[in-house]
Ligand binder design. Structure first.
Ligand code: RAT
Ligand code: ZN
Length: 412
């Protein structure tokens, strides 16, 4: 029989079990190595991550974004290193992340130059580096975000390749749906007879597009990143109509979840490109109405505004077909992960997914999981201590089982 862990040892055992847990990362922007240049890795990609680009302009308000974007990537990386690591202590979460990556790789950064680090990376091949990163992050597989309307990505899918089972596919809907009818020419070029007007034929053809690409990619779910203004019901919105009349029926037919990431205000500052997206408070009643009116669909939802997180957890208590996941992007910071994870455990027990990495650069799997594991472990240990105080016996086997429920689970 598994022995009962004394309260004073709970934190250490949770940490140990979490370190040993092979995590399933349900939302990333990284790619199977077969996608070649789409798989980003290495110090220049790490340093030019859009989270850090935003911070560069905090440090250098005088710098023109146009000038920055004209610079070669290595110069951009050098500038970010200089401004955010040399000239001031790299206290932000995104800065700390770069240092965690270097440290876990056994690299000792020289504050004056990135050259030795770049030299180390030149000796890595993408294939072996993927193994290194998955090993250090202790991640068993990741879900990509795949866009058939991206010509570079589509070419790889069309040509076909041997899949690396550690990279699951996800059909991203953003490019096809969000700015309808912007995608009409691209969809037509792929042979789908859609037109701007939302006729029966257009809806049927869009369903065919979704179905074909779910099939081709073996996509495990559909994903969409939505603005705070997204509403359902909303008879005036093409996006809402396309989502409910095309996406949801196809997800039902294919028996895959529909993932919604709600609350991004794209290009609040267009000059900063990806770094210029902001946050807005979204409408929880929309999420509840979708879960209620489409009971046969399974919804995996995250929201970008901290203000939405409590109501999302409450909504999930009302609808079994709704799974909250992750501390997304601007919420992926230790203080917020701590607060959100504790609140979710209190309201939902184990019926949510505490985190995803959102890694855009492969190496980020290392730091995002290293940092999240620590916070989630601390929060869980406190909850187990509370249970122990209530007289409940806690064993390592129970902790292992609970952790697997939280962090080694496929969206289903
Ligand atoms: O976290 C990010 O990198 C964001 O830019 C977005 O990609 C976001 O996660 C999304 O999936 O839309
Ligand atoms: Zn993302």
């Amino acid at each position: 029989m598994d022995t009962i862990i004394p309260p004073s040892r709970l934190e250490a055992v949770v940490e140990q079990e979490l370190d040993a847990l092979p995590i399933i990362d349900i939302h990333t922007h990284t790619f199977d190595p077969a996608f070649g240049p789409l798989l980003l890795w290495g110090p220049d990609e790490l340093l030019t991550y859009h989270y850090l680009v935003a911070e560069l302009f905090r440090a250098r308000p005088d710098l023109s974004p146009t000038r920055f974007w004209e610079m070669p990537k290595t110069d951009q990386a050098d500038l970010i290193w200089q401004e955010l690591f040399r000239r001031r202590s790299p206290l932000s979460e995104a800065c700390r992340g770069v240092l965690t990556v270097f440290q876990r790789l056994g690299l000792n950064p020289d504050v004056d130059t990135l050259d030795p680090i770049r030299a180390w990376f030149r000796d890595q091949s993408p294939q072996t580096y993927v193994d290194t990163v998955f090993g250090l992050a202790h991640v068993q597989k990741v879900y990509m975000t795949n866009d058939p309307l991206d010509p570079i990505e589509r070419e790889v899918w069309e040509k076909g390749f041997e899949r690396d089972p550690r990279f699951e596919a996800v059909l991203s809907l953003d490019s096809a749906l969000i700015h309808w009818p912007a995608a009409v020419p691209a969809l037509r070029a792929l042979g789908y007879d859609v037109e701007e007007a939302l006729t029966g034929r257009t809806l049927a053809e869009l369903r065919r597009y979704l179905s074909d690409w779910i099939e081709r990619m073996t996509a495990r779910y559909t994903a969409i990143s939505l603005p705070p203004s997204f509403r359902y019901p909303n008879p005036d919105s093409a996006l809402t109509l396309l989502y409910t009349r095309c996406v949801l029926p196809i997800c039902r037919e294919r028996q895959i979840p529909a993932t919604l990431m709600i609350g991004v205000r794209k290009l609040a500052n267009p000059a900063l490109r990806l770094a210029g997206d902001s946050v807005g408070r979204s409408d929880i009643e929309t999420v509840e109405a979708l879960a209620r009116d489409f009971p046969e669909n399974r919804f995996w939802v995250t929201m970008l505004a901290r203000e939405n997180m409590h109501e999302l957890a409450v909504a999930a208590r009302k609808f079994a077909n709704l799974v909250p996941f992750g501390c997304w992007w601007l919420l992926n910071n230790p203080s917020l992960i701590e607060e959100i994870t504790a609140m979710r455990l209190e309201l939902l027990g184990l019926s949510f997914v505490p985190q995803h990495s959102d890694a855009r650069v492969l190496d980020q799997l290392i730091y995002k999981w290293d940092h999240s594991r620590r916070i989630i472990g601390r929060v869980l240990a406190a909850k187990y201590r509370d249970l122990a105080s209530a007289g409940w016996p806690i064993t390592a086997a129970a902790i292992r089982r609970d952790l697997a429920t939280l962090l080694s689970r496929d969206p289903a």
